[in-house]
Design a protein. Structure first.
Length: 209
C-alpha cells in the first residue's frame, strides 16, 4: 500500500509492532483499494487502519463513505472495512450510469479475493438496487428496514436478507425517474479517485456539490 500526506509520524511500539499517523491531504493507493481523507492512523498490533475527516474509499466498482472508516488488513491483504456513522455505499451496475446504493448508520463489509463479498447494515437502513432477470435490468428495488445482510456476486448486489418487517417497492424501469434513482446523500466521486501510485502526488479534485 502506498500513502501520501503532508505530515507522517512513525513510532515503534516494540521490536515488532509500530504505529503510523498521517495528517492532512491523506491519499492511499493499493491495486484493489484507494482512499482519501484528512487524517489517518495505522497500528500493526491489530492491523487496523483508521481514516478520519471526510474519508472516502473505493474498491473496484464500489465507493464507500462514513464519518470514520476502519480498514481491516492481514499481511497487506484487505479483509474488510467498517463505515461508522452516516454510512453510504455506492456500487456501479455493469459499468453503466446506474448505481446501487446503501445508506444506514453503520456498515461492515467483508472481502473475499480482493472484492466485497458481504455487507452487514444496521440502523435506519435504506437500500436502492436494480433488480435483474438473468442479465436484464427489470426494475428498481427500494427497501427500508432496521437490519440487512447483503451478498455480492461479480461486484454487484446478488441477494439480501432482513430480520425485521421491511418496507419495499419495485418500480418497473419504464416508470423510474431521476429522483427515484438516488437516495439522500448520494454523491458519486469517481473523478477524485487516485488511479495510480503516481497519482498520489496530485491534489485531488474538490468534492462535487
Amino acid at each position: 500500500m502506498f500513502l501520501h500526506a503532508d505530515t507522517l509520524y512513525h513510532r515503534d511500539l516494540d521490536s515488532v509492532n509500530n504505529f503510523l499517523t498521517a495528517y492532512h491531504h491523506v491519499r492511499l493507493y493499493k491495486k484493489d483499494l484507494q482512499a482519501l481523507c484528512d487524517s489517518a492512523s495505522y497500528n500493526s498490533m491489530d492491523s487496523l487502519m483508521q481514516l478520519y475527516d471526510d474519508p472516502i474509499l473505493w474498491s473496484n466498482r464500489s465507493q464507500a463513505t462514513g464519518e470514520k472508516i476502519m480498514i481491516k488488513l492481514n499481511n497487506q491483504t484487505i479483509k474488510g472495512f467498517i463505515l461508522e456513522n452516516n454510512a453510504f455505499m455506492i456500487n456501479q451496475v455493469d459499468s453503466s450510469d446506474k448505481f446501487n446504493q446503501l445508506s444506514c448508520k453503520n456498515i461492515e463489509a467483508f472481502f473475499e479475493k480482493d472484492t466485497v463479498r458481504k455487507a452487514v447494515l444496521t440502523d435506519n437502513v435504506e437500500a436502492l438496487y436494480y433488480a435483474k432477470d438473468k442479465s436484464k435490468i427489470i426494475g428498481l428495488n427500494r427497501t427500508i428496514c432496521s437490519f440487512m445482510n447483503i451478498w455480492f456476486k461479480n461486484e454487484e448486489i446478488d441477494r439480501a436478507t432482513m430480520n425485521t418487517k421491511p418496507q419495499g417497492t419495485i418500480t418497473p424501469m419504464k416508470d423510474v425517474t431521476e429522483a427515484d434513482s438516488k437516495l439522500k446523500g448520494y454523491s458519486w466521486q469517481y473523478d477524485r479517485r487516485p488511479k495510480s501510485k503516481q497519482d498520489l502526488l496530485n491534489e485531488p479534485k474538490e468534492p462535487a456539490k
